[in-house]
Design a protein around this ligand. Structure first.
Ligand code: GLN
Length: 284
């Protein structure tokens, strides 16, 4: 006879042997996922019998994780802003750090039109639409796979959003009140130093910010005023060491009120700016 506890024990052993970060916790999360049980249900009856078939299925999940496949690609989901997002290979897994970017935009996005560049899973745009009273939202990405997943997420969250294939602005044909982006921002040379879960499993196209990591900020800033309404806002997530460089790009693009915002670890994480055409006049 095999019990839930036996399965968990084997899962933990395999992940620990394979030196998976947080392996013990991941063994539990995969058990919860496979058997659809809460911690309370498990603790009430750890010796509950499971079938050999279910045990094998659980071990298959564990073996995937031991090959450094991110947990979220195995379970197919990631929570972001308290909402459940579908994820799979082909799209960047939403990060908790990016919630800081969304929270900044939430302060001003009510009744505004929002363009999310490099939308990926759509997590930024869809969170703003779901939680922020946004009037209209467009998400663009160059990846067909990402756009497919973003559309599925919109449907799951019952949100109306427009997703369009576009190389940055190439297929954008109107102006927005808010431009927001968490673009790929890792310098190409740094990608090989990332953890296996990221560098070998998440799409390089979603990570690679070219030579100095700043390619997308530069391209977005170059034509910012063609796509932003006067009085509009811009929000970028950035790498910890990119604050000053991105601030400079926004200044050169004619933005005002530029702020660098830190994450909980005290690292620069978000840069915001505003096109304050008539300085002093509040934008409503
Ligand atoms: N905007 C998406 C996110 O924040 C995807 C970002 C990316 O692919 N670099 O998760």
């Amino acid at each position: 006879m095999i019990t839930l506890q036996d399965a968990l024990k084997s899962g933990r052993e395999i992940l620990t042997e394979n030196k998976i970060d947080n392996g013990e916790h991941d063994a539990w999360l995969l058990l919860a996922f496979q058997f659809k049980i809460s911690r309370a249900v498990y603790l009430a009856e750890p010796l509950k019998e499971i079938t050999q078939k279910d045990y094998e299925t659980y071990l298959d999940l564990i073996r995937k994780r031991s090959r450094h496949i991110p947990l979220q690609y195995i379970t197919g989901e990631q929570e972001f802003m308290g909402l459940d997002f579908l994820v799979r290979e082909g799209v960047l897994i939403p990060r908790q750090d990016t919630e800081i970017l969304v929270m900044e935009a939430l302060k001003v996005c009510k009744d505004k039109e929002v363009l999310d560049i490099c939308t990926g899973s759509g997590c930024i745009l869809l969170s703003l639409l779901k939680l922020g009273g946004v009037k209209q939202g467009t998400g663009v990405d160059i990846s067909d796979e990402a756009l497919e997943i973003a559309c599925e997420n919109a449907k799951r969250l019952r949100v109306t959003a427009e997703f369009r294939k576009s190389d940055i602005y190439s297929q954008v044909n109107k102006k927005y009140d808010i431009i927001i982006s968490n673009p790929p921002y890792i310098p190409t040379g740094v990608i090989t130093t990332l953890m296996e879960e990221v560098k070998d499993n998440e799409p390089t196209i979603a990570l690679d910010g070219k030579e100095d990591g700043l390619y997308f900020y530069r391209e977005i800033c170059k034509r910012l005023k063609d796509y932003l309404n006067p009085g509009g806002y811009v929000f970028f997530e950035i790498g910890y060491d990119q604050g000053e460089a991105v601030k400079k790009l926004l200044t050169e693009a004619g933005m005002d009120d530029i702020n660098i915002i830190k994450d909980l670890a005290g690292l620069n994480r978000v840069v915001t700016g505003r096109w304050n055409e008539k300085k002093g006049e509040p934008f409503t």
